[in-house]
Ligand binder design. Structure first.
Ligand SMILES: C[S@@+](CC[C@H](N)C(=O)[O-])C[C@H]1O[C@@H](n2cnc3c(N)ncnc32)[C@H](O)[C@@H]1O
Length: 463
């Protein structure tokens, strides 16, 4: 008898149930939008035919809007719903600046007037501070006004690329969709990035489609010496493509154009000038795709807050943790008077570039390569500083906050791009004897739900 190798999961065992359609999908109701949620969508409640109340999330609406909605899909603890008719709009409207606002997933709140938008962003900061365990009234006195970067100021962007039968698309994903939209009038990005996008569309239109299709994303950063471009692709470029890209870089005056296939290291295709930025007058090169604060305005707001703290704290020895290529390092070391700074970072390229800039400028900075998630600074390492500054990625700085809570110095400055991990880390530090003395919200992602937080903490009791 012949034995067949069967996949037991595929055949035996439980029978697959036919998927039952959720009866609420397609259900329509009239609602009044109650508030804007954390991701920028309108929140309301709908009474269902069986007498229940379900939460709905609606795009491109404002609190007070009366709209007829249709429930479209299950989303988290409620349903995503779409406006099918407007009954009465609230008075808080701004005409969106970008023609693609409703389709493009890049912005959530272009339709909100400036004052309400500022209040919404500050409220996010207040919530983050309250989640750190601070009383709502105290939170209001701690949290300052939001430093908002203006339109057309974002200096780095990742454009998705799609080359298909219907044409070439270089832009952002549509709302809740994988479709890539061309965004010729994005109101958020620096004009240099928009000009690059347009030129890159034309370049790809002229390329053999089998090569153009390999390109999945393109990351563009505007540096002080021009554009740094990193192409993310699924295959290596052939010789013709390399030649074409080198000519494109020349024609567009791109400082450096690099190519990265899958997870392999990037390689330069055109290296015309070294992409550099300046911090306190010190020139620092950046690596392809390397981190820079998203807007120069945002960087300046954070640096101004640091300088004002330095004037009050007057530290002598400072630790700059998660330092990148030194957006804060040189201000910490050189502004006003010289201070000794230990700058710690795990990315080997950032460490090397910062080290070089420190050497060239003779700045009083020691650069250390270290993984602060696995190996946070501890004990005596921390007690040699009188100020620790940390600016971790979105995951936050839990391990480092835990050791700071025990052995941290009198002053800490925390910068965070994720309010959720900010609240968690602040709770740890407060439990360790620190008090938050000031919070500055910094908005570098205009009309999105992102927010950066700058906080000063002072030790009031032993850890
Ligand atoms: C939000 S960026 C801030 C960089 C810098 N402070 C600035 O403003 O340009 C976070 C930095 O943390 C670094 N980083 C990420 N994980 C790390 C880790 N486990 N240990 C040390 N540094 C890390 C990243 O490479 C990045 O440079």
């Amino acid at each position: 008898m012949k034995h067949h190798n069967r996949n037991p999961r595929a055949r035996g065992g439980r029978k697959r149930q036919p998927s039952r359609r959720d009866p609420l999908i397609g259900f329509e109701a009239d609602v009044t939008i109650e508030q804007i949620g954390a991701r920028g969508d309108g929140i309301a409640h709908v009474a269902t035919p069986d007498g229940k109340s379900v939460l709905i999330y609606v795009d491109c609406v404002l609190p007070g809007d009366q709209v007829r909605v249709a429930l479209r899909q299950k989303r988290g603890d409620g349903y995503g719903a779409e406006v099918v008719a407007e009954i009465a709009r609230s008075s808080g409207y701004n005409t969106p600046r970008c023609a693609h606002f409703k389709e493009c997933g890049g912005c959530a709140l272009q339709h909100m007037n400036d004052d309400d938008y500022r209040t919404w962003k500050r409220d996010k900061a207040l919530v983050a501070v309250q989640r750190a365990g601070i009383d709502p009234q105290d939170a209001k006195t701690l949290v300052g006004d939001v430093e908002i970067s203006p339109p057309a100021s974002r200096r780095r962007a990742g454009f998705s690329v799609h080359v298909g039968a219907t044409g070439v698309f270089v832009g952002f994903h549509g709302r809740f969709s994988h479709t890539v939209l061309n965004v010729p009038d994005c109101a958020v990005l620096r004009p240099e990035l928009m000009a690059f996008r347009e030129a890159f569309v034309m370049f790809l239109e002229a390329c053999p489609p089998e090569h153009a299709r390999d390109i999945k994303e393109v990351f563009v950063t505007l540096t002080d010496s021009g554009l740094d471009v990193l192409i993310q692709a699924s295959n290596d470029p052939d010789l013709d493509m390399r030649q074409d890209l080198a000519e494109f870089a020349e024609a567009q005056n791109i400082a450096r154009l690099s190519w990265k296939t899958g997870d392999r290291p990037d390689e330069p295709v055109a290296a015309r000038h070294l992409p550099v930025v300046r911090f306190e007058g010190v020139e620092v090169a950046i690596a392809p795709g390397g981190f820079l604060q998203a807007t120069q305005d945002g960087e300046q707001a954070l640096v101004a807050a640091i300088k004002s703290a330095l004037a009050d704290i007057a530290p002598k020895n400072v630790a700059d943790l998660f330092c990148g290529v030194g957006s804060f390092t040189f201000s910490l070391a050189l502004s006003g008077k010289r201070r000794s700074v230990t700058a710690v970072e795990s990315d080997p390229r950032a460490v090397e570039l910062l080290q070089y800039a420190v050497g060239q400028s003779g700045s009083p900075v020691k650069v250390v390569k270290r993984d602060l998630f696995r190996q946070p600074l501890v004990g005596d390492e921390l007690s040699s500083f009188d100020l620790v500054v940390f600016d971790p990625p979105r995951a936050g700085a839990l391990a480092q906050s835990e050791t700071l809570a025990v052995d941290g110095p009198e002053w800490i400055i925390a910068v965070s791009c994720n309010p959720a991990t900010f609240s968690r880390d602040m709770r740890v530090l407060r439990n360790g004897g620190y008090e938050i003395t000031k919070v500055v919200p910094v908005d570098q992602f205009l009309w999105s739900s992102h927010l950066e937080l700058f906080a000063i903490l002072r030790r009031v009791s032993a850890g």
